[in-house]
Ligand binder design. Structure first.
Ligand code: PEP
Ligand code: MG
Length: 542
């Protein structure tokens, strides 16, 4: 038996086989490989897949944009079969015993550098093409991971890190746990693990190699320990812990149907955060009174192209109808930073968390925004929907949003589509919005404090960077003072304020938030009953 440790991001015990996933969408890592032949086959399969993709693209382009423009895909197809390129990749895998993604990346860098130094302009231009085909092969390897993962047996996913777009595409019924060696506890993968309520560990000190695939292991999400090939004693101990946890959960279930009310009679709204329709089951199981944050960008991350208005309308309508009159707050697209979908064609940025993301994309590319708003407004007649805008920093952004919303309403009227005038709120997740919350409160119907980003921007601590997890102090007095200030400004202007960041589920702060006058807490579905229990134990008059 070997024991590895990291940070547990969601409690619970899971027991099963490891399923190693090698890739990381944004950064390819060098990893040691034992089975060279298998790795070369992975590379060749991915290359064939990329070639097939290019063939289809060529045919499509030929019809739509003519032969001259389509020829680029033919050139790329030929480049994929270039002997020097293929030899270089396979040689790196063999001689360095490394993963295929890494070998492709090194070859890509070497070849594109070589092309860029040539005098001939035509050859110079091939530099970008090499990068392009290499990226395609690496992506094809990611795709094949999904397909290789065919066993129906649920397993423990072991990876360097998982991009949110990958996490959302995994078949949740086959995932027992996530264990990543990278990643931070505030990343969206960690948030997703919590919303799926599966024991998970991030920053685990394990060297991920393909030989781990299929090995038996235990994840203890409470202590952040991973037991590889556990002894019978540990297996027995963990099974006992698993049973005890189940009993505790069952006790919490006794709180279903009870009010979220303190001992001295203060009631608050306790809602759940969701990312898609599938999460609704968990919302009901845990008896949340509404949905305080529907991260709509996950709809976009699950697809290979923009979801249409109709498609989105059906999703929002289903959520609103299922919640049957209970509040559903849909946050508009918060794409960008760690949440990337290829078809947005977002450029690589030095500081993506502070870059072109969320409301900024929506304001600059209003067509994308309008499609989503139309779907949300149309769904509004089927339930109790509110809309919420992310990453707000200024009044001028709100003015721009109002203009766009007005255009959407005009278009819906012209199309004779029904909609209602739903409440419109904003996330308070940038220091600027918190500091001018007295002004912003006059412009909107509610505030929802996004403590995940607010902490990152306020403390200048990248929430994605596991190295600085210790500096991500979400009990920092600056953050707590700011939250208090935002709530006061909301109330002074007659609107409500809630928290939908992860801090809302931190029961060591529930009393503090209630004393500050918070009106709503929106947490992962699996945390609703834990927070309800805490609220019911508090006496604010003491
Ligand atoms: C937040 O920033 O606190 C939040 C709720 O949004 P997200 O975690 O999706 O960025
Ligand atoms: Mg946020």
């Amino acid at each position: 038996m070997k024991i590895f440790s990291g940070k547990g991001v969601c409690g619970g015990i899971s027991i099963g086989k490891l399923n190693v996933i090698f890739n990381n969408n944004s950064t390819v890592k060098r990893m040691h490989i034992d089975d060279i032949e298998k790795e070369i086959t992975r590379f060749r399969n991915a290359k064939n897949r990329a070639s097939e993709e290019l063939r289809k693209l060529y045919e499509k382009a030929l019809k739509e944009i003519g032969e001259t423009n389509a020829s680029i895909f033919e050139i790329h197809q030929m480049m994929l079969d270039d002997e020097d390129y293929v030899e270089s990749v396979e040689n790196i895998i063999k001689t360095q015993s490394v993963n295929a993604e890494y070998a492709v990346l090194v070859t890509s860098d070497n070849f594109s550098d070589m092309f860029s130094r040539m005098d001939d302009e035509y050859m110079k231009a091939r530099s970008a093409d090499v990068k392009d085909i290499s990226e395609r092969i690496i992506n094809a390897m990611n795709e094949s991971v999904k397909e290789e993962n065919k066993s129906d047996e649920p397993s423990i996913i072991l990876a360097y890190d998982l991009a949110p777009s990958q996490t959302v595409q995994l078949d949740k019924d086959r995932v027992l746990s996530f264990v990543t060696s990278g990643g931070s506890s505030n990343s969206h993968t960690a948030i997703l693990a919590k919303s799926m309520n599966i024991p998970s560990i991030i920053g685990c000190n394990i060297n991920i190699t393909d030989s781990l695939d299929g090995k038996f292991a235990i994840v203890d999400g409470f202590t952040g320990k991973l037991y590889l090939e556990p002894t019978d004693d540990i297996l027995e101990e963990m099974r006992k812990k698993q049973r005890e946890d189940k009993e505790k959960q069952e006790l919490l279930f006794n709180l279903k149907g009870k009010e979220n009310i303190t001992l001295d009679g203060k009631k608050i709204n306790l809602y759940a955060n969701i990312g898609n329709v599938r999460d609704l089951a968990s919302v009901f199981m845990n008896d949340a009174e509404g949905i305080g944050l529907f991260r709509s960008e996950f709809i976009y991350l699950e697809r290979d192209e923009f979801p249409s208005e109709e498609e989105q309308f059906r999703i929002y309508r289903q959520v609103a109808e299922t919640m049957a009159g209970k509040k559903v707050i849909i946050r508009t697209l918060d794409i960008g930073a760690d949440k990337q979908a290829d078809y947005f064609n977002l450029e690589k940025e030095e500081n993506p968390a502070m870059g072109y993301r969320a409301i900024r994309i929506c304001i600059k590319q209003p067509n994308i925004f309008k499609t989503q708003l139309k779907a949300i407004f149309r769904a509004s007649v089927f339930g109790n929907i509110s809309v919420m805008y992310p990453m707000i920093t200024s009044v001028s952004e709100i003015s721009k949003i109002k203009e766009i919303v007005q255009e959407v309403k005009n278009e819906l009227n012209a199309e004779q589509q029904k909609f209602t005038d739903i409440p419109q709120g904003i996330m308070i997740e940038t220091p600027a919005s918190a500091i001018i919350s007295d002004v912003l409160a006059k412009e909107v119907d509610f505030f929802s404090i996004g403590t995940n980003d607010l902490t990152q921007y306020l403390l200048a601590v990248d929430r994605q960077n596991s190295k600085i997890d210790d500096f991500y102090d979400d009990h920092h007095p600056a953050l707590l003072r700011l939250i208090k200030y935002v709530i006061e400004n909301a109330h002074n202007n007659g609107i409500w304020a809630g928290i939908c960041g992860e801090l809302g589920a931190d029961t060591s702060l529930t009393e503090t938030f209630l004393k500050m006058g918070i009106d709503e807490l929106s947490v992962s579905p699996s945390e609703v009953l834990k927070v309800r229990k805490k609220i019911r134990e508090i006496n604010l008059s003491k």
